[in-house]
Write a protein that binds this ligand. Structure first.
Ligand code: 5MM
Length: 332
């Protein structure tokens, strides 16, 4: 447990956040094709190498999350991904869920799967160098949704995953994501996020998960993406922190997902969070808000690897700068 606490603290260390580059093969393939890149295993590998070998990545990134395919791949020089990023000062993580799947009894909702055989997979991932893991549960806001069944089932799976990770010496990143899909106001997102997180807390407690050895990866509290009026960063920060206050001071830290927000908005919201004194650090574990500009700049061209890396470096630096504001606003 001691090492989980230490690694969790490293992941949310002041001025750093986590890069989520763990899109499943299907999601990554779709994003490559949209960028005009053929969706092959080799192109997915080249793209992840571009991200992971970005010069200076460790200045703002404490960790990088991969999917199973990438963790089994090597850099072009033959160095396995996990070793290559460790050598660059970044902790490798692994997405261990097998996806959000439709669930009988819960029409229109999903329960995230991946518990079968999990302890053996965790042992394997730890053996090849992973320091932490990630599991994402997804909740939709709709008429009567999310249902109590989806909230409870996903919370239970997240807790079972987290307990298994800590038993294997891997830090669990616990990701309950309330989606931005819909036209709901920010208040509805706050209400749902609070209920979802309360269930996750209860299940974590029931399974004896050490909160000082996990990183919570929640959504920011924002209005639905079809809502006519975007909330200000100050409003998002206030609403998000208010919901998070239910977590005990012992939690290692919070690293937000970006959820489809434009990169600059996610950064502005993250910066606004730093104005609120909290017992735990508030940082980033963004996927799209960090990598979308890099993928667009590279779009598969070998001559544009540096341009892609520059785009990623720019977003990582902006978010690291946002979280560094905390030290100025709240001197220890
Ligand atoms: C990077 O995408 C992750 C995996 O997605 P799929 O398994 O659905 O392909 C995803 O879990 C991601 O880590 C989080 O959603 C955070 O990413 P965003 O883009 O929301 O910041």
């Amino acid at each position: 447990m001691g090492s989980c606490r230490q690694i969790a603290a490293q992941l949310v260390a002041p001025g750093k956040g986590v890069l989520a580059a763990d899109e499943s093969i299907a999601t990554m393939s779709g994003r490559l094709e949209k960028a005009g890149v053929e969706a092959t295993a080799e192109n997915r590998r080249r793209y992840r190498q571009l991200l992971a070998s970005t010069p200076g990545l460790a200045d703002g990134a404490s960790g990088i999350i991969f999917c199973d395919e990438t963790l089994g791949q090597d850099f072009s020089d033959g160095t396995p991904f996990a070793q290559a990023v460790r050598a660059a000062g970044v902790l490798p993580g692994i997405k261990v869920d097998t996806g959000a799947k439709p669930c009988p009894g819960l029409p229109g909702e999903t329960v995230t799967e991946g518990l079968d055989g999990l302890p053996a997979r965790l042992e394997h991932y730890a053996g090849i160098g992973a320091a932490f893991a990630k599991w994402r549960a997804v909740y939709v806001i709709g008429d009567g949704l999310p249902s109590a069944g989806a909230i409870r089932s996903n919370a239970n799976a997240l807790a079972r995953y987290a307990a298994a990770c800590q038993a294997a010496g891997l830090v669990p990143v616990v990701e309950p994501e309330v989606l931005m899909d819909g036209a709901h106001p920010i208040e509805r997102c706050a209400e749902v996020t609070a209920v979802v997180q309360a269930a996750v807390r209860e299940e974590l407690e029931l399974l004896g998960v050490d909160l000082a050895g996990i990183v919570l990866k929640p959504n920011m509290v924002v209005e639905g993406k079809d809502h006519p009026e975007p909330s200000s960063p100050e409003r998002v920060a206030e609403s998000t922190v208010e919901v998070l206050r239910a977590w005990p001071a012992g939690l290692a830290g919070v690293a937000f997902l970006s959820g489809g927000q434009p990169p600059e908005r996610a950064t502005a919201n993250l910066e606004a969070m730093q104005h609120h004194p909290t017992p735990w650090p508030l940082t980033f574990s963004f996927g799209r808000a960090l990598v979308d500009p890099a993928l667009a700049a590279w779009h598969g061209e070998p001559a544009l690897v540096e341009a892609g890396q520059a785009a990623l470096a720019e977003r990582v630096a902006a978010n690291a700068e946002a979280v560094r504001r905390r030290a100025q606003l709240q001197p220890a």
